[in-house]
Design a protein around this ligand. Sequence first.
Ligand SMILES: NC(=O)c1ccc[n+]([C@@H]2O[C@H](COP(=O)([O-])OP(=O)(O)OC[C@H]3O[C@@H](n4cnc5c(N)ncnc54)[C@H](O)[C@@H]3O)[C@@H](O)[C@H]2O)c1
Length: 266
Amino acid sequence: MSTQLLAGKRGVIFGALDNQSIAWQVAEVCAEMGATFTLTNAPVALRFGSLNELAERLNAEVIPADATSIEDLENLFTRSEEVLGGKIDFVLHAIGMSLNVRKGKEYTDLKHDWMLKTFDISAVSFHKMCQVLYKGDHMADWGSILGLTYIAAQRTFPDYSEMAESKALLESFARSFGYHFGEKNHVRVNTISQSPTMTTAGKGVKGFTEFFDYADNMSPLGNASARACGEYCATLFSDLTRYVTMQNLFHDGGFSSMGMNPKALK
Ligand SMILES: NC(=O)c1ccc[n+]([C@@H]2O[C@H](COP(=O)([O-])OP(=O)(O)OC[C@H]3O[C@@H](n4cnc5c(N)ncnc54)[C@H](O)[C@@H]3O)[C@@H](O)[C@H]2O)c1
């Protein structure tokens, strides 16, 4: 991709764990399109993942932050402004983790203290992130904030469990903060509802491989890849989409509008 759509833009990208991560692909695309950015993940993920390898290749600084910690987020955005040399034009929140899914608990037998932790990591972290950006006045005018979500926020996908409610909450936070950020300094806030994608988080859901194939057959364009998601994110970080805000945008090859595709029955 040769276009320099994001030339001069400064960003912060959460959630790249390894080269399968959607955020990893977003970072690759943003770098190709001329953006500079910092990369962040939870300290524990930095030990188990391969973020440092990406950072070295793209010449981006890694700033560890647990997205549930206000203190870590304050340090992240203050430091990012210093490193990047100005206010932040775009932020990607690509964070999801369910304790109950990870431990194989059925939806009718969830542990509610784990559920609250899941909500904190997967959804409340988005509010915390926006609040720190808002109060610290870190976003540049006409900036763009994106969160990644899934259609289980609107329809029932039983094995997605409590992540469905996490995503519904995340989408609602994005809409509400879209109002406040729009009024403050024309910053837009949206969520992208992505196809099933083969990543660590995706593969943690029971029956994911079979479901991945089902969604691929249901979608007239097939499942959208992580790379394609990166390209879509780049358009939403660019100046070409300045009036798109408070939206949940489906990036799913048409899946969300299908009732039945004969291909999926074969
Ligand atoms: N894979 C899919 O099928 C799919 C589909 C739609 C939406 N999404 C969403 O895309 C986003 C990215 O997930 P992915 O599929 O690339 O998987 P991934 O496992 O590569 O990324 C999830 C990231 O969340 C990070 N994280 C977890 N707890 C954190 C914390 N406390 N602080 C900071 N970071 C933390 C992990 O370290 C990891 O980098 C998630 O929001 C996910 O729900 C994924």
